[in-house]
Write a protein that binds this ligand. Structure first.
Ligand SMILES: [Zn+2]
Length: 206
């Protein structure tokens, strides 16, 4: 059970390590990163100067686009109001009637309100919103995730080498006791005198 957990953990750790390496390598030549669209925010996965992480550039770009759209609508509306004011001023000049004057005054007041709205709108320009960036240095992450599988691989190779050495030297595969004087075969006598287990060629998988 513990052995299985150990192997599963090492495999998971190796997968994370390889994914980190691959993601980092993939992001190196890409200036814009990989977009990650979520229900609450737009992020992009990016790597920069040996660091890997997220920033909210796509979300920020979307805010700016919306702001530009709204801004151009407001400016168009403001221009319509200015031309209406100019029109009413000409009408008042032609007629000099009190009705024409009050119509002009009202149009001018609406136009001034509109300019206030545009000023307020420019004050909350999202282009000044700072770009949120969250990164972690990549090399320590790669090293940290490679330790477990790397250690397991080292122990595995060391064990294989030890077993090969024992087999070649004619020693017990379990305890390393010299079996050159022990008779070969499958009888009771061919068991290791040191640990009592069947050894040498009869132990499969070791
Ligand atoms: Zn033995």
């Amino acid at each position: 059970m513990l052995r299985r957990l150990n192997i599963a953990g090492a495999i998971l750790s190796a997968v994370i390590c390889i994914t980190l390496c691959a993601t980092w390598a993939r992001l190196l030549p890409i200036r814009d990163g990989i977009p990650l669209r979520g229900p609450f925010a737009d992020w992009r996965l990016m790597s920069l100067n040996g660091r890997i992480g997220f920033d909210d550039r796509p979300g920020r770009n979307r805010i700016i686009d919306a702001w530009r759209q709204e801004g151009s609508e407001r400016i168009a509306e403001w221009r319509r109001k200015i031309s209406r004011t100019v029109e009413l001023y000409s009408a008042w000049e032609a007629s000099r009637s009190p009705e024409a004057l009050s119509a002009y005054d009202a149009a001018e007041a609406a136009q001034k309100d509109m300019s206030d709205v545009i000023t307020a709108f420019a004050d909350r320009d999202p282009r000044w919103k700072p770009l949120a960036t969250h990164t972690l240095p990549i090399y320590p992450l790669i090293i940290a995730t490679s330790l477990w599988p790397g250690g397991m691989f080292f122990l595995f190779v060391r064990r294989r080498m030890m077993l090969r050495r024992r087999r070649r030297a004619g020693c017990c595969l379990h305890c390393g006791y010299d079996l050159r004087a022990t008779p070969a075969g499958d009888s009771f006598l061919s068991r290791c005198p040191e640990c009592g287990r069947v050894s040498a060629g009869s132990v499969a998988g070791l």
